[in-house]
Write a protein that binds this ligand. Sequence first.
Ligand SMILES: Cc1cc2nc3c(=O)[nH]c(=O)nc-3n(C[C@H](O)[C@H](O)[C@H](O)COP(=O)(O)OP(=O)(O)OC[C@H]3O[C@@H](n4cnc5c(N)ncnc54)[C@H](O)[C@@H]3O)c2cc1C
Length: 136
Amino acid sequence: MISAIDVPYKWALMIREPMTRWSSGNATLLGDACHPTLPFLAQGAGMALEDGYLIARCLEHYENDLPRALERFESLRLERTSRIVRGSAANTKRFHNPALAHAEGAAEYVDREWSEERVKERYNWLFEYDVDAVEV
Ligand SMILES: Cc1cc2nc3c(=O)[nH]c(=O)nc-3n(C[C@H](O)[C@H](O)[C@H](O)COP(=O)(O)OP(=O)(O)OC[C@H]3O[C@@H](n4cnc5c(N)ncnc54)[C@H](O)[C@@H]3O)c2cc1C
């Protein structure tokens, strides 16, 4: 299949530390522009959608004060998006762990890392977030 591709492109997966701010005055960023992430939590589009929803709520709430609305939007999103970026980076080692190269080590590793308890620890907080419940 790979040899049938006309031009096989490769691209790098870059790890970046989360930004500490991304709004200034009347300008802000959202989505990948302010919290680019590795794909190992599959949350990039989810974060962009949550950003869009919350920025709309902040703009509505602080309708006469744009800088305040954008500052509030950023402060509401910093912790969660940073945790996702770092969690994705942490999964790099989990998904590409040398223990997975051999059947015996792999079984033990998967039993440990993908036990119900460990999976809940790593994923529940992601899916319990409710953009409507966030106080703007
Ligand atoms: C292979 C792959 C798999 C993925 N799987 C998942 C997944 O399972 N779950 C998940 O949640 N996320 C996933 N993502 C991540 C997700 O696609 C991104 O996080 C999301 O698209 C970011 O949205 P965005 O609007 O911030 O940026 P983008 O979707 O990149 O949108 C930016 C837009 O701006 C346009 N643009 C750029 N420069 C200019 C310019 N100068 N003028 C005008 N327009 C411009 C671009 O063409 C683009 O349309 C995946 C990404 C990839 C690459």
